[in-house]
Design a protein around this ligand. Sequence first.
Ligand code: SF4
Length: 716
Amino acid sequence: METTSTPTHCPYCALQCGMNITPLPQGGVEVTERPDFPVNRGALCGKGRTAARVLSPAARLTSPLVRSGGRLVEAGWDEALDRVAGALSSVRARGGPDAVGVFGGGGLTNEKAYGLGKFARVVLGTSQIDYNGRFCMSSAAAAGTRAFGLDRGLPFPLEDIPRTGCVVLVGSNLAETMPPSLRFFRELRDNGGTLIVVDPRRTRTAEQADLHLAPRPGTDLALALGLLHLVVAENRTDEEYIRERTTGWEEARAAAMAHWPEYVERITGVSVPRLRQAVRMFCEPESAMVLTARGPEQQSKGTDTVGAWINLCLATGRAGRPLSGYGCLTGQGNGQGGREHGQKADQLPGYRRLDDPAARRHVAEVWGVAPDSLPGPGRSAYELLDALGTDVRALLLMGSNPVVSAPRAAHVEERLRSLDFLAVCDVVLSETAELADVVLPVTQWAEETGTTTSLEGRVLLRRRAVAPPAGVRSDLEVLHGLAVRLGVEKGFPTDPEEVFGELRRASAGGPADYSGITYRRLADENGVFWPCPEVPAQDTGAAGAATGFPAPHRPAPATAHPGTPRLFLDRFATDDGRARFVAVAHRAGAEEPDAEYPLLLTTGRVVAQYQSGAQTRRVAELNAAAPGPFVELHPRLAARLGAAEGDPLAVVSRRGRAVAPARITAAIRPDTVFMPFHWPGEGRANTLTNPALDPVSKMPEFKTCAVRVELLGPRT
Ligand code: SF4
């Protein structure tokens, strides 16, 4: 048994806090602070502190399960893998390669995401692969690519935040989603900078702001346009920057000028004086940032909403300059790396595009296959889930729980039930795994080595700290076992460092170039920011460093590429090096309130639970802190309903009905109710949500839909 303390990273959110794991003599492990990691400097939230509870065999699966007589029963690995391979093979024989779908997750390591994408395209030959990160930040990724030519969540490290002049935080409740990050914003204010929070709710994060703007849900596009209008009207644009570093300003300017402050006040509910105050706070310091999260992104107009905030940055010269810029606060643990290496429907490793012939040639060569054998782009996540049981008849799902986390979840559950065959790889028996024909129990963070890429674009090494329980295997072993059974003997190694070596080669020369990153560097350097191309041997004097891939622990060349903590300082990643304004206009959400559904529902997270709750709902301390769903509503709405605190409420949308107790607070607008989405069953918030998709990013509109609320009677 490993007994020494191992430095590693949290399994949950994209902050990827550093922590130490120490096996205890009496069994189990202890999670302790790791002050040397610069992002969290030892601080951990409750989820990170208790993460080791899910390592316990009592909390998780330790044997494959196969469905027999309608029930899931324990089976051996060979039987389970044979059954998965046999089912995928026969569905493919009947319906063609696209009859088999693959669904991944933003929590998978880079190695797993890479392996899953390769497995889908090389072994199954299917185009039908996507992942739950599509639900998380794809609108910001699309808007960032459109404007800057490249999507990396934050183009600067978090340590820049305390030194800028003003941060506008749009639709992010960091105090609950990643609490250790709040210190950067506290330091910002200590240094004389200001914080503006845009959120329909007065969240714990908003309470710390110098200015809180509470727009009606789904109107932050109009809000950004109104601010840009005032920037122009008050002559606060940076004309030299616009001329030298951007294109498309005239069209974007004209679109913003159509959004008068009084018009924007009517749409958003944010008063003109507060709009003017925000513009002053943002424009007067020498530097400023806009950071977005799920609020503006999870909308049917999410790409344009983020684009409007980017336009505000560009018009004021606040992008691609020191201490200024736009960034997206990615949510899932490997939300950044998970969208770079090939589990997205339209993508190849290194953030290459699947429809780019040169990208196909490069990756096909690394994979040892013909470029023409690679399928084209497939469906986005919700479109894929919606197609289950129609032309997609079998699904291999890894690291995701869409029964709880997908929009219109009851429909998605029905689609999953209609499949001919469902295989799920997971640590625990999630609500989705309960529906499977075969469940494969896999290793998790502290039991395996692998890399993740944090919200800063910092590639990190998670190290194995403890041996997994008998009976579980890694996802890489699952992919290897299935590939061999499906006739592909080579190309799916089970050693994560070997997979990373291939990933480096596949990513070389791509937008997200990892070729200069090695496990050794990651261990020594507390992470490396991509892009980090490999420096050729003749430039480094390190003989042999560029011949094939380095032996696992060969020292990095003395002049290895340092990585890129800050992007765009000289030029943007577009063909002409200039950032692109995109003219956008306000439009209503896909579903606006009416007589039958007069309120807006918005959904989100609470501090003690993570995403679908599959792991955190198995931790007693977290359940004690956040035992179940609730409906947050304003006292005036509660009075109209006759509801008191804790009374059971039914929230009804066009897609279904969820029941949860009332939580009455003046921190929310009277026209809006809020539900966290971590729970299954009758309180499942995603029963209600609307799968209307953004036309560019295909992100569903989790953040706003029309509902009515009914009082079911007093609390019993
Ligand atoms: Fe883990 Fe995120 Fe909490 Fe840090 S903030 S301990 S990464 S869940």
